[in-house]
Design a protein around this ligand. Sequence first.
Ligand code: ZN
Length: 498
Amino acid sequence: MCNDLDKVFTVGHDAKVRATVEHPELRIDADRLLRRLRELGEVGGIDGGGCARLALTDADRAGRDLVTMWMRDVGLQVSVDGIGNVVGTRPGREPGPPVMCGSHIDTVATGGIYDGNLGVLAGLEVIETLAESDVLTRRPLAVAFFTDEEGARFAPDMLGSLVYAGGMGVEVAHDIIGIDGARLGDDLERIGYLGSTPCPGQAPYAYVELHIEQGPVLEDHGDTIGAVTGVQGISWQELTISGQANHAGTTPMSYRHDAAYAAARVAVAVRDLAMAIGGHQVGTVGKVDLYPNLVNVVAARATVTVDLRNTDEAVLRRAEEALAGAVEELAGAEGVEISRRTLARFEPVSFDERIVDLVEATGRAFGHSVRRLPAGAGHDAQMLARMCPSGMIFVPSARGISHNPAEHTEPGQLAAGADVLLQVLVTLAEADSIPVVRSHPAPAGTGADPGAAITGAPPGAVVAGARRAGSHPGATGGSEVGGGSGSAEVTTSARDPR
Ligand SMILES: [Zn+2]
């Protein structure tokens, strides 16, 4: 692996912009990281090597207990807040808000062992590596895991980080009822994670989250590191369709008010509108419940969830309007009533350009092929972006598979992401201010190639990939979010509190 970290901050046209890399020699222990990932993966383990640790279940408690024990083992001071977010802090040479990393350790019912867990356990690796090397950073460091990121049991998703960032009151969150009828606040208390640290939490100095991509883009392009430019906006709705139960044999087709048929039409409408809008628009009907759900009865009622996402808020609204129009038309045609409830609604988020650039430059300094791209899934980092400069690092997901026991990332890629996280965190913890590592690039067509400039042309085939990604940042999947322009201006929308 190329080690060219001393050149990280001399990128772009303004060589005066230079920060000191204090400890370029530091590397995390890849075997230890993998061991912890596997050990945590066994908590709530399911067939096929995955895990099921739905938020605030007994399995989640067991996972929390294990990670909290590890936090203490590596010397972190652990605090738990009123929504069960756990933050482990390592003091710095100077007081002040910490540079924070983290993610989540709850999973969906058919989860893999990397989603969320990687960001938390890589954070522990960073802390342990620094401790072993007797390195005390200028600013404190913190590793967090946020409650109920998946939203699989209690909607909305990213709930813990939303409350941490002040986007929802803690009492409101406690009253959320889960899919199994449980009240969130009661289960928080039951598993022993109703903490006393107030919400909203302290705004970190900066937040960086390492996560698996959960999509195919990095693997398809042979890239090792993703510099995440932002997160798609998410719209979750639940439609309740009320028709009329009737005999499947005796009711002529023209007499029916069939909730099951209407549910199917909703699914078709969602697919059609996503295809018609095109671009980054995606649409999913992932859950359908029928009542009475019997072979010989026309369904009286159906509940259908719709998940719409886009990197562009205006287009996402257009998708929502298209859905509303289709639903209204369908209700009239089939003679059913359709009511709608919003389960979650988050606008797209752009990450802090300085941190996106820092991630990109650090990845290249290691000799990795780096791609700028938006996140397709929601992440805690988008909530933290409301309160501090934030960013994310992606590593590839084999075949793009996630929320599946088959979820996989190669050990070398896990280590690569964790090492980039380490260097980014140390840089943010030491520098006087968040460094600007990329000035405005030369105009298109001049042949300027920031990728080649940063890598210092290390030996080996990685350079070709680095050049390709670096020379066309706007040509990746991510041009809509974060601009991909290489501009060093800070995106203020990412820090807008609402
Ligand atoms: Zn996740």
